[in-house]
Design a protein around this ligand. Structure first.
Ligand SMILES: C[S@@+](CC[C@H](N)C(=O)[O-])C[C@H]1O[C@@H](n2cnc3c(N)ncnc32)[C@H](O)[C@@H]1O
Length: 255
């Protein structure tokens, strides 16, 4: 088991100072030693959660509000530990509790990058086959089970995980779900090939007013996402906006 400092340095290496890694490590120790049960601590989560997670959550909240009146699914391209799919699930259950039509579909290999291409070349130690691998599939299924127990209309499935290389599974999913409409496409595969495939196959399913979100657009360490957007949608065809309180996430409302 890697210690907290090492785990954070694996995931967020680009702009981290040594002091930042110390901050993450000391939060981990604080969690271990802090008063109360785990549930008590979770209820007081702002005491423990790394600062940068709050703007990310708030950005997703702002994006979710934009699709409240748009018909269709939320597609999370890259699930990793499941924080994103569960965020969409929670927001849907809070703000549209009777919308049992809204599905959240997460695509991931659950084995890290299926491949990386020449277009992903950058100074980035994670950009390789198997990079960012985390075997989280069963763990997220358990999280979904808890979520379904408590939320309104929890007997109707809301969050679905699709395992495998998205360059194959998105097309398969469309074959099995010809009714798919996409209200929100969250691009977070980090790399070129699956991002391009997701845009090519799913853009056609997005009505006007739907939102496409870019987690790595204009990010030097992950050029593949920007190139995929450039080669498919065309960056100059989109009004790409961002939030003043979060540096990385950007989005476009389709018109
Ligand atoms: C940055 S993580 C996603 C983070 C997640 N959206 C969140 O909010 O926590 C990128 C994920 O994309 C997945 N991925 C990359 N290429 C893929 C591919 N070709 N098919 C399926 N998943 C892929 C990786 O396995 C990894 O878990």
């Amino acid at each position: 088991m890697k210690d907290t400092r090492e785990q954070f340095s694996m995931q967020n290496n680009a702009n981290q100072r040594s002091a930042d890694l110390d901050y993450y490590a000391s939060l981990g120790h604080y969690w271990d030693q802090s008063i109360g049960s785990n549930l008590d601590k979770l209820r007081a989560f702002p005491k423990y959660v790394p600062f940068g997670e709050f703007p990310k959550f708030l950005a997703k909240y702002e994006i979710f509000k934009k699709i409240l009146t748009v018909q269709g699914a939320i597609i999370e391209c890259g699930v990793h530990q499941g924080g994103g799919v569960m965020t969409w699930g929670i927001l849907s259950s809070i703000f549209e509790p009777v919308n049992h039509i809204r599905k959240i579909v997460g695509f991931d290999t659950f084995e890290g990058f299926a491949s990386v291409s020449e277009k992903d070349k950058a100074d980035n130690e994670h950009a390789m086959k198997g990079g960012l691998a985390v075997d989280s599939y069963e763990d997220i299924k358990t999280a979904i089970k808890h979520y379904d127990t408590f939320r309104p209309l929890g007997h109707i499935s809301k969050i679905e995980l699709v395992k495998g290389d998205a360059c194959v599974t998105i097309a398969e999913y469309l074959d099995k779900n010809p009714h798919l409409v996409v209200a929100l496409l969250y691009l977070d595969f980090d790399v070129f090939e699956p991002t391009k495939e997701a845009i090519l196959l799913l853009r056609k399913r997005m009505p006007k007013g739907a939102v496409i979100v870019f987690d790595e657009l204009y990010i030097k360490q992950w050029p593949g996402e920007t190139i995929a957007v450039h080669e498919t949608l065309g960056i100059n065809n989109l009004r790409i906006e961002r939030f003043p309180f979060h540096p990385q996430i950007s989005y476009a409302v389709l018109d």
